[in-house]
Design a protein around this ligand. Structure first.
Ligand code: HEM
Length: 218
């Protein structure tokens, strides 16, 4: 019974619908519960810091799960699993939006000029901001009609997810003041995800360097 799971492409549309519903329930429940506990003062001494931590870490974990879908699909030989990528990526973006909202609303009290100052002055905020811009571009272009219009350029743009993931790990590392074990752990997981795509990343890198040396020599 269990082994029938491992037959190539035994995953069908109902399984994916089940997985999608589970993803919606888990992601929304955890997010709503975190905000509820914060607003009712049940989340610890510093609710703003706890919420920043929860939403930031949630966004990073969801991003790593999104990156795990392709190698997992190949390993299990379940092509249908690829249909989970978009939803997981959009939840990573939603958590990142909440993370920035908490910082902007409760730390900076919507002081936009202070936000600009922080982005310029603090390197860990600068890299977090660049990662957020990339995530925003990826979320907008995941709308099917835009995806269609973009054609081949869509894939090129969506390769920026790797850069965003690296920047988020750096943002995490630079944001901690003492023990760096946790950010290093997430960096290790990301390194494994990138290792699975080593050939693709090398091909991509050669393309970038070839086009930049081409433009310098021309
Ligand atoms: C403008 C963009 C961003 C701002 C202003 C921002 C702000 C912050 C702040 C204030 C902290 C807490 C640092 C501390 O404890 O002193 C933090 C931590 C963190 N952020 Fe961001 N962030 C941004 C983008 C992102 C994005 C896009 C992600 C990924 C989804 C992310 C993930 C994290 C993580 C994982 C942590 C560490 C959580 C912890 O242990 O406290 N951040 N960020």
């Amino acid at each position: 019974m269990l082994l029938s799971w491992l037959r190539p492409n035994s995953f069908k549309t109902p399984h994916i619908i089940g997985l999608k519903i589970t993803t919606h329930v888990v992601c929304l429940y955890l997010l709503i519960e975190a905000f509820y506990l914060a607003f009712t003062d049940q989340i610890g001494g510093d609710p703003v810091q706890s919420l920043t931590h929860f939403t930031g870490l949630g966004g990073l974990i969801l991003m790593l799960i999104t990156l795990a879908v392709t190698p997992l699909t190949r390993y299990l030989r379940q092509g249908q699993l690829m249909r989970m990528r978009r939803l997981l990526g959009l939840y990573a973006f939603a958590y990142a939006c909440c993370h920035i909202y908490v910082y902007l609303a409760y730390d900076l009290i919507f002081n936009w000029s202070l936000l600009v100052e922080e982005i310029i002055k603090r390197p860990y905020i600068t890299v977090g901001f660049v990662a957020f811009i990339i995530l925003t571009a990826l979320a907008i272009t995941s709308i099917p009609s835009i995806m269609k219009k973009m054609g081949k350029r869509w894939k090129t743009l969506h390769n920026f997810i790797y850069l965003a993931a690296i920047l988020i790990c750096v943002h995490f590392l630079w944001s901690v003041k003492a023990d760096i074990t946790e950010p290093l752990l997430y960096m290790g997981i990301l390194a494994v995800m990138l290792f699975f795509r080593w050939e693709k990343l090398m091909r991509y890198w050669r393309k970038i360097t070839a086009s930049s040396t081409g433009s310098v020599s021309s």
